[in-house]
Structures are given as C-alpha cells and as structure tokens.
Design a protein. Structure first.
Length: 157
C-alpha cells in the first residue's frame, strides 16, 4: 500500500440548517421597526440614549450571538472521523472515528421535517452518541454515512 493511503482526507464541512437564522433576523427587523417607531415620541435625551442602549443589547443577544454561533459551528466529515465544532467560537470539539461508530439514526420534529433538516445521531459502540444538530438534508446525509460505514467494513474484511 502507498504511504499516503492512510492520510486523512476532508470530505465535506456541513453547517446547521440556515433556517436557524430566521428568528434572529425577524427579531432584528422587529427591533429596528420598534426603535424607529418609539424614538421620535421620546422627549428627553436620556430616554433616546436608554432606548438605544436597550436596542443594541437586545440586538447583540438575540441576533449577533446566534449569527456568530451559526458561522462558527460546523461538522467536518473526513475519511477517518467526524468532527463537531460547537460553542460560540467553535472551540469545543467532539469527534468520533469511523471505527467506533456502530450505526446512524435521524430524529426530527414536524418543523425540521418541513425544512428537510434533522438531528443525526451517530451511535458509538461505547459511550455517548455524537449528534449533528439540525443538519440540512438529514436523511440523505444519514444514508451517505451508512453507505460509507458499510464500505469501510467491506474493505476491512
């Protein structure tokens, strides 16, 4: 076998379904509309400033932080393992080698079913499942995982 046959190759990087940004975007729009509706009615300078501070704090908490989380959280699928980056900066990493995975299942509610998203559970032989939350095209991705795990077992035999 060539020496580079065991090198890890990146297959794909998947992010959560984009619909997770829908409510933060709607909230930001409503917050801005409320600000521009209420601000002209205020008479004192301190009221304008207090309203502006409140709007900025709410925008940071309910729009900016979820947006940052969306862009930093990702699922890396490589030839040797599945890596889940999560947390506000994507610094929390959980990973599972393909050899320790025994199966795949998908769970999803009605809302995720409508969007084609779902939670993909990668079952480990020992330990806690590795979960890919709100993955887009969950059923298709789960089938690809099953096919890849089956092809790895055939090669190992």
């Amino acid at each position: 076998m060539p020496a580079n046959s065991f090198a890890e190759r990146d297959f794909v990087v998947v992010r959560r379904h984009g619909s997770v940004l829908l409510f933060p975007a709607i909230f930001l729009g409503l917050l801005c509309a409320g600000f521009f509706f209420v601000d002209p009615k205020l008479t004192e300078v301190w009221q304008h400033q207090a309203l502006l501070v409140a709007v900025v704090v709410l925008a940071v908490l309910f729009w900016l932080l979820p947006s940052i989380r969306f862009h930093t959280n990702r699922y890396e699928i490589t030839s040797n393992r599945v890596i889940v980056h999560r947390g506000l900066t994507g610094g929390k990493v959980d990973q599972a080698a393909w050899g320790e995975l025994s199966g795949v299942s998908v769970t999803r509610g009605f809302g995720m079913w409508l969007r084609g998203a779902g939670n993909i559970h990668l079952h480990r032989e020992f330990g806690v499942d590795l979960i890919l939350h709100k993955a887009p095209r969950a059923k298709k991705l789960a089938r690809e995982f099953e096919n890849y795990m089956a092809s790895r077992q055939r090669v190992g035999e």
